[in-house]
Design a protein around this ligand. Structure first.
Ligand code: URA
Length: 253
């Protein structure tokens, strides 16, 4: 197949300009990416001079779709306790949306309980948000839970293998005890108050819960209440992690 050239007519923007805007480097660097055959548009190898319609064309670099729509933003927030994960709270409590820029409007990806602290993504990219939060091909999330008492090996095993909750048994989880009374729990599902309910079910109610990782995204230096934009490579890694895996390509958890 011949390389994709020119787009249709003279509409759209030059590919190197679009790639530069979303952070792949200078236009010159982006031209080199294209010349090196690392960029595809709608599945076809792109060549220099290619124009794209950002609303319509699928741009991939090294096989990873690139969010090229102007105006898409991705924030990583370190949510403090007491802030609710909604756009507006009838009770007047502060919301996560109050902690990030008002424009463009963004929404939280999934939710953390009001008492839970830690990492939360906010974006106006509905497609990526849906993929990240999807229960079957979404990304895993890691939590540190300070719990009551000292969980015995049997409790850790139950958490790992799955515990019966009132909405069904939990899927296998990764669980370790990095220090006394603290559990590191990685789950893939996103049921309501899941970690708290799991810990309670094995006799160790949670005192404090902090989300420390969302798929490939973590940040130990972001202070509570602070946010930062995701880097372009974080957006790429996240979209790679959230893509549905083919059954043959699915990694064991
Ligand atoms: N699990 C919980 O119990 N609460 C959260 O906020 C997130 C996961």
């Amino acid at each position: 197949m011949s390389p994709a050239r020119g787009g249709e007519g003279e509409g759209g923007e030059r590919l190197q300009k679009v790639l530069a805007r979303v952070g792949f480097g200078s236009r010159r660097t982006c031209e080199e990416l294209i010349a090196a055959g690392r960029v595809r548009v709608n599945g076809e190898l792109a060549e220099l001079g290619r124009r794209v319609e950002v609303e319509r064309d699928l741009v991939e670099v090294d096989g990873v779709p690139v969010g090229v729509l102007p105006g898409l933003v991705y924030y990583l927030l370190n949510k403090p306790a007491g802030v609710v994960t909604t756009a507006s709270d009838p009770g007047g409590r502060p919301t996560v949306v109050d902690l990030v820029p008002a424009e463009p409007r963004v929404f939280p990806v999934g939710r953390l309980d009001a008492a839970t602290e830690g990492l939360l993504l906010l974006t106006n990219d509905g497609e990526l948000a849906q993929a990240v939060a999807h229960p079957s091909h979404g990304v895993d999330k890691e939590y540190l839970a300070e719990v009551e008492g000292e969980p015995a090996p049997g409790a850790l095993r139950r958490l790992r293998e799955g515990v019966a909750l009132d909405d069904g048994r939990t899927a296998p989880a990764r669980v370790s005890a990095p220090s006394p009374g603290v559990l590191r729990i990685t789950i893939h599902e996103g049921r309501n108050r899941q970690v708290r309910r799991m810990c309670e079910a094995v006799g160790h109610p949670v005192r404090r819960l902090v989300r420390t990782r969302i798929g490939p995204i973590s940040d130990r230096s972001l202070p509570p209440g602070a946010w930062r934009p995701l880097t372009i490579s974080e957006v790429r890694e996240l979209s790679r992690a959230a893509r549905p895996a083919s059954p043959a390509g699915r990694r064991p958890r």
